[in-house]
Design a protein around this ligand. Structure first.
Ligand SMILES: Cc1cc2nc3c(=O)[nH]c(=O)nc-3n(C[C@H](O)[C@H](O)[C@H](O)COP(=O)(O)OP(=O)(O)OC[C@H]3O[C@@H](n4cnc5c(N)ncnc54)[C@H](O)[C@@H]3O)c2cc1C
Length: 461
């Protein structure tokens, strides 16, 4: 492609900004990033409180966040945040240590079995499911893998492996098929409580591409990265280092793609581009937080775009930032496994104490309001339930200082996955001078989205 190609990138979150970085590194400088809000970072949102930053969105990374590391190197920054530490409570607020045999004498046989199954899962992922963890979903439903390996060298790998078709099934069924049901006890912590849905509804592909074996073990060992000034800082820094920083407050009202050109009407003016990269939501069935619409709503979406994108669902992940009285401040972050089941939809699943050395800092709470087979828990109701749960946990909130329910983890379900949704959408890349990136194309975390942008630039530009 001509290096002078005019490229419009929609969205100034991790996917859009890193697309800018990788394009620039490849010699494309004629790119424009349009960001609708008044800040960059998207779901990496780190507001200030009392001289420090807390996290309303993304919190952490793992040592295999290679694309995030690319960004850090590009900007000369590093992961310099507070160490994460956590413990567990049951739904009645009692501290438990579910993985400690001495504290669970009666559960020892189950814990031993679980340990064995974890080892077993690690082995089959390397052998039977070779290629499961490459970034993106291209080819999986056809029993192929094609992408970058999650290794320091991030080698391009491709191959045929019929077993990969199993990744379309819900993770719960995938575990049952392979006789490793108890591994869910470990995978659920960094999965469901982090807002990515329930194992009986979400295809194993999403679970295992995000929580590949090594990443899950890093969560178990709390071998995690955080950033002192929040994850938003990573993307603010990237924005500041790009030749073309994102244009904030860009309201796109229309996009027309004709005769090999892309016309974007932004804040009332129509601009001409050659190519479009969409990292913002493609489809939003009910923008119930009022802030989200989909690409199909403002672009001249074609029939195939409408057809496929209308299959996308997303999670309603709900975060509240609260203050507590000093005597009620939690001494550590807590996971509440009892609340990570769909029967407890809308309840507090995890709460995060970020700054260990100060008790006047914000605590953030996390709950899910949707399951594909259940009625959505209304936003305000969920917020009330979480505040009640905090009381039960004996860490009552004295004040709520921030909250949001965000368009989170767009995904498709097993049937569409099995029927080749990703193959069809990947085949549409570039068809209307348009490329699709961001969470739906890989997974809803900072690194998978940035890595996908890297691959997209590599493949098509
Ligand atoms: C509570 C929470 C906790 C999380 N925890 C973690 C974590 O610990 N680790 C991790 O790696 N990830 C975590 N994530 C996920 C991570 O933040 C996202 O996966 C990542 O930000 C996705 O990047 P993105 O660029 O694809 O999308 P987004 O971050 O959503 O960015 C999209 C951008 O597009 C903009 N936009 C939308 N529509 C338009 C439009 N029409 N025109 C122009 N711009 C538009 C938005 O304003 C936004 O800035 C968390 C997210 C949340 C909400």
């Amino acid at each position: 492609m001509d290096k002078k190609t005019r490229i419009c990138i929609i969205g100034g979150g991790p996917a859009g900004l890193s697309a800018g970085m990788y394009l620039e590194q490849k010699g494309y400088e004629n790119y424009t990033i349009l960001e609708r809000s008044d800040r960059v970072g998207g779901k990496c949102w780190s507001p200030h409180y009392n001289g420090r930053r807390y996290e309303m969105g993304a919190i952490m990374g793992v040592p295999s966040y290679y694309a995030v590391k690319d960004v850090e190197d590009f900007c000369g920054i590093t992961h310099d945040g507070p160490k994460l530490n956590r413990n567990y409570k049951n739904r009645d607020g009692k501290v438990i240590e579910p993985f400690e045999p001495k504290k669970n004498i009666l559960k020892i046989p189950r814990l031993l079995k679980m340990k064995k199954q974890i080892k077993q899962l690690g082995e089959i992922l390397e052998t039977k499911y070779k290629g499961y963890d490459v970034n993106g979903h291209r080819g999986v439903s056809e029993g192929r893998y094609d992408g970058y390996a999650v290794t320091p060298g991030r080698e391009k790998v491709e191959g045929v492996n019929e077993n990969l078709k199993d990744l379309a099934m819900p993770f719960k069924d995938f575990c049952a098929k392979n006789g490793v049901e108890l591994t869910q006890d470990v995978w659920i912590g960094p999965y469901t409580s982090f807002g990515y849905g329930y194992f009986d509804e979400i295809p194993a592909a999403y679970v295992l591409k995000y929580l590949d074996f090594q990443t899950c073990m890093n969560f178990v060992k709390v071998n995690l990265w955080t950033w002192k000034d929040g994850t938003q800082y990573i993307w603010e820094q990237l924005d500041a280092h790009l030749k073309n920083p994102a244009r904030l407050n860009s309201e796109i009202s229309h996009i027309e793609r004709v005769n090999g050109k892309v016309y974007v009407t932004v804040n009332g003016n129509t601009e001409e581009y050659d190519k479009l990269i969409v990292t913002a939501p493609l489809y939003c069935a009910d923008g119930n937080n009022g802030a989200t619409n989909g690409f199909v709503d403002y672009a001249d979406a074609r029939d195939d775009e409408k057809e496929y994108f209308s299959k996308i669902d997303y999670e309603r992940y709900t975060v509240q930032a609260v203050l507590t009285k000093p005597e009620d401040h939690p001494e550590i972050s807590y996971y509440v496994f009892d609340n990570m089941v769909k029967e407890r939809l809308g309840h507090l699943m995890v709460y995060y104490r970020r700054w260990k050395d100060q008790i006047d800092q914000v605590i953030t709470t996390y709950a899910l309001r949707t399951h594909k087979d259940m009625k959505e828990v209304p936003y305000e109701e969920c917020n009330k339930m979480v505040l009640e749960d905090l009381k039960t946990m004996k860490n009552p909130a004295s004040e709520v200082i921030n909250k949001w329910s965000v368009y989170y983890f767009p995904h498709i379900y097993s049937e569409d996955y099995r029927n080749g949704w990703y193959e069809k959408v990947e085949a549409m890349q570039g068809k209307y001078d348009t490329y699709y990136a961001g969470e739906i194309m890989s997974f809803g975390d900072m690194d998978e989205t940035a890595e996908y942008s890297r691959e997209l630039v590599d493949r098509f530009f």
